[in-house]
Write a protein that binds this ligand. Structure first.
Ligand SMILES: C[S@@+](CC[C@H](N)C(=O)[O-])C[C@H]1O[C@@H](n2cnc3c(N)ncnc32)[C@H](O)[C@@H]1O
Length: 199
């Protein structure tokens, strides 16, 4: 609560990245950020910006500084607006009369780490899957995935992320009820996705 108007909104969440090894699989070149306008100009015409020399700080500014690497190394502050449309997911929830998951992550968050740390075909595991944003993103990026979630209702609703957008309301309700009751369903014929099974 901020009724007294004495503090700004809390908009930063920490993300901890743990590794079992000192040199985990990671490739920052897969998540390059767009260059700044200044850097774009520098790449276009490096000579207009600097000449290779040693700075007083001791840093050597060489020719390679103006090389186009396809993007900049991203900073460790990811700025992701929480404005995902979640179209199919929320439409499904509305159709069957349930509330969407209250703490969904924006898709760009798992997308960054999945691209950064895995290759197509790798396995992505989310042990607190919620509405399964992670699974949907992993599927879109060609990774295999597993999601674990305590609430059967959240698992049931997460299926809406994978059902055909034009699925009839009766099918949405049927799938949701079956999953909420703990049944196992194979949804691949509903989604057009190969081998998609929910347990
Ligand atoms: C912050 S939400 C995850 C939201 C998710 N990233 C998304 O985009 O929808 C955390 C989830 O963890 C689930 N959870 C909490 N304890 C759990 C447990 N022991 N095992 C599995 N899931 C658990 C909660 O039910 C909740 O849905």
């Amino acid at each position: 609560m901020n009724n007294c108007k004495i503090r700004a909104k809390d908009t930063v969440n920490n993300v901890w990245w743990f590794s079992k090894t000192e040199w985990p699989k990671a490739d920052v070149s897969k998540v390059l950020a767009p260059y700044s306008d200044r850097m774009k100009k520098l790449i276009e015409d490096p000579a207009a910006f600097y000449s290779p020399k040693n700075r007083p700080s001791g840093h050597a500014i060489g020719e390679g500084f103006g090389k186009d690497n396809g993007g900049a190394i991203p900073s460790n502050l990811l700025q992701i607006p929480n404005t995902d449309s979640n179209g199919g997911y929320l439409r499904g929830c509305k159709t069957v009369g349930i509330k969407g998951h209250p703490a969904r992550f924006p898709a760009k968050l798992p997308e960054f780490f999945i691209k950064f740390l895995t290759d197509p075909g790798d396995l992505v595991v989310d042990i607190f899957a919620g509405s399964n944003t992670t699974g949907r993103v992993a599927e879109d990026l060609g990774r295999r995935w597993l999601g674990y979630e305590l609430s059967a209702e959240y698992v049931a609703a997460s299926a809406f992320r994978f059902l055909d957008r034009d699925a009839p309301a009766a099918r949405l309700s049927e799938v949701c009820a079956a999953l909420a009751a703990g049944q196992t369903l194979d949804l691949k014929s509903d989604s057009g996705l190969p081998g998609l099974a929910a347990e």
